[in-house]
Design a protein. Structure first.
Length: 108
């Protein structure tokens, strides 16, 4: 792996759909924000049918504001809105006598 350029950060920006995911590696200026990284990654152009401006953003699994300053090695993640709250999904499954646990072989 090549060394980082002084004053620059190496980061990744990721977004996924059930059928596809994209990861963009970038080297950006030190002090850049999550929002700037998303814009510079041009990841929105790879998903023209998605409004990524409405997606929550996070760094390593923690939701952050788009003004959050990045550090070297950070992974910026864009989170799709939930189709259903997890608690409501569990209630519906329980009403049908099912659970969210996976069976052997990955089946539900």
């Amino acid at each position: 792996m090549k060394e980082r350029t002084p004053g620059r950060l190496r980061i990744e920006v990721v977004f996924a759909l059930p059928s596809r995911q994209e990861l963009v590696s970038l080297e950006i200026v030190d002090g850049a924000t999550v929002g700037a990284a998303i814009e510079l990654s041009q990841i929105a152009e790879r998903f023209p049918d998605q409004d990524l401006s409405r997606c929550a953003a996070g760094v390593w699994g923690h939701v952050v504001d788009r003004e959050h300053r990045l550090k070297d090695g950070d992974r910026v993640e864009l989170y799709r809105p939930l189709l259903m709250e997890p608690q409501e999904a569990r209630r519906e499954l329980a009403a049908k006598g099912k659970s969210m646990r996976r069976k052997v072989g990955g089946e539900r």
